[in-house]
Every structure is written in structure tokens, then in C-alpha cells.
Design a protein around this ligand. Structure first.
Ligand SMILES: [Zn+2]
Length: 302
């Protein structure tokens, strides 16, 4: 047994006199939680882990309110099927993949997890969020890499007109997630060519974000990426966690979409199990709880 991972968190800040905005995340605990909840293969863990991390970073960049959420959907035609992740500005994240058991051998070229292979490149990355008027808005961009980070970066640049750099990574030791995280740097109006050149050089020097997280953690990674750019971090880290919005009542309510005859069959069968696809939670509903649905608004026992 290894010690449990410390809680995940986000760090926000600015650099170069406010012409760069950045948000970083240590998401190891969240990704490990997702792996255990969904029984993810090694490569599926990396693919969902990067997408979960991206959803939290995008929520901070695109969200207008303290509880704004964004949903990221990646569908590239690979064996993992689609990947869906929802991130909230307040640090809550949830997500799943279509085929959690799908896996591929390590890439022959560099011995790394074949995330591109399992995700595929024939498709798009779509981001849905609520606009100020409460209407959902979905933007999308064709996948350019299947490795997620470059795809998120392309989405932000092409669909949101936000110049940016995105780093995402998941590192597993044995069966478990050991390190995971991400960094999103946004270039603001007025940014100079010198600042962008320095940022690019720093990112090149950093190499893989998972190597940097292993060596020195998230704060050190941010300091390396903003080396010479006078980074100013917000004093408080934002705690983050895998947390679903499902409940026993919502699970029961989902049975309202079935006919009364179908619900009667469930009652006679001794109840019905509902599994939340977002988080893998199992709700074993009793015949009494299903009966209550037909009696109009009587709340099932929690
Ligand atoms: Zn759930």
C-alpha cells in the first residue's frame, strides 16, 4: 500500500505585468479517483485524466461566475470512444469515457502511453458552457493531435480567439496515478513579442510536464514556465476534487422516463439498480422507492 495522494488543487496568477494569465492544477488525486471509480485502463486513465484537468483549467479561463461549469467532449474515433469531462470554477470535476477498459501497448517510438492511439484523431473536441443569458453555447475544433493538450490549445485559439499555451500530463507508477496536472497560460492584449518568446523558451526547456511535476511539484513548474517573467500568484490555492452532482433522488427520477408498465416490472423484480455514468456510483432502488414515483412527487427515502 502507498500513502493516499494529497488533495488536488489549482493555482492562479499573472505574469509579465498582467499580460499573461495562468492557471495550474495538481490533479493526481482526482485522476486516481477517476481511475478507481471507472476501472480505467492505464491509457484510458491518461486520456481521461488529461481531459478532466483540461476541463478544470478551461472553467477558470472561460467561466464568468464562481460556480460556472464547462463540459469538454473529445471524440476521435479511437478505441476509448468518447471522453467527457465537466469542470467547475470552484474546483469540482467529474467525467467518464465510453470504453474504460480499452488499452493499447506502449508506443514503440518512445515507450510512452499511446494516448493519441486510444483517443484517435478523426473527430473533434467540443466545449459547452453557459453564456451570461443562461443559454448553453458549444464551440468545437477538429482534433489536431489526439494527445488532448494540443487539441485544447487549438480549440482556445481557433474557437475562442484566446492565444494560449496548454500543458497536460498523467504519470502512472505501476497501476496507480503518481503525478498528474496541467498548466494553461493565456496571452492578454498588450503582451509583447519578447514575453511570448521567453514563455516559449521556458516551456521548451521544461520538457514533459509530468517530469517537472515529479521533480518539483506544481509551484516549481509554474515558476519554471514563468522564469524571468515576474509571476504573481494568488495567495490561496483553490482546492479541487472529483465530485459528481448525482443523487439517489436523481437516480430515482430517471426512472420517470420509463413507462408505468416497465416500472411495474422493476418493482416485481425486487428493485432496480441505476449506475451514474459520470462517477460510477451504484444506486440500488427499492420497490418502494419506484412505487413512490407513481404516487406523484413523494420523495423516496434517501
Ligand atoms: Zn454520479
Amino acid at each position: 500500500m502507498t500513502a493516499p495522494l494529497p488533495p488536488s488543487y489549482l493555482l492562479r496568477g499573472t505574469a509579465a505585468g498582467g499580460t499573461l494569465r495562468l492557471v495550474g492544477m495538481d490533479s493526481a488525486r482526482i485522476v486516481e479517483d477517476a481511475r478507481l471509480r471507472h476501472g480505467l485502463s492505464k491509457t484510458a486513465t491518461a486520456a481521461l485524466g488529461r481531459t478532466l484537468t483540461a476541463s478544470a483549467l478551461l472553467a477558470v479561463v472561460l467561466g464568468k461566475k464562481t460556480d460556472s461549469r464547462v463540459t469538454v467532449r473529445v471524440e476521435g474515433g479511437g478505441p476509448v470512444g468518447w471522453i467527457v469531462a465537466e469542470g467547475s470554477v470552484d474546483g469540482r470535476v467529474r467525467g467518464y469515457v465510453r470504453q474504460p477498459g480499452a488499452d493499447l501497448p506502449l508506443r514503440e517510438s518512445d515507450g510512452k502511453l499511446d494516448v493519441r492511439g486510444i483517443v484517435g484523431m478523426d473527430g473533434e473536441l467540443a466545449v459547452t458552457r453557459l453564456l451570461d443569458n443562461g443559454e448553453p453555447y458549444t464551440g468545437s475544433a477538429q482534433l489536431v493531435s489526439g494527445e488532448i493538450a494540443e487539441d485544447v490549445s487549438t480549440y482556445l485559439g481557433v474557437s475562442e480567439q484566446i492565444p494560449n499555451a496548454v500543458l497536460l500530463g498523467v504519470y502512472e507508477q505501476g497501476e496507480q496515478v503518481a503525478f498528474a496536472g496541467g498548466l494553461l497560460v493565456q496571452a492578454m492584449p498588450g503582451v509583447t513579442d519578447e514575453t511570448l518568446a521567453r514563455l516559449e523558451a521556458n516551456i521548451r526547456a521544461l520538457g514533459q510536464i509530468t517530469d517537472s511535476l515529479r521533480r518539483g511539484g506544481l509551484l516549481d513548474t509554474i515558476q519554471r514556465v514563468t522564469d524571468g517573467l515576474d509571476v504573481q500568484l494568488a495567495p490561496e490555492a483553490q482546492p479541487a476534487r472529483f465530485e459528481c452532482r448525482c443523487s439517489r433522488q436523481k437516480a430515482a427520477d430517471s426512472l420517470k422516463f420509463f413507462s408505468a408498465a416497465e416500472r411495474q416490472e422493476m418493482i416485481e423484480a425486487g428493485g432496480q439498480e441505476i449506475v451514474c455514468h459520470w462517477c460510477g456510483e451504484h444506486y440500488q432502488l427499492t420497490p418502494e422507492e419506484i412505487e413512490a414515483l407513481d404516487q406523484g412527487g413523494v420523495h423516496a427515502r434517501a
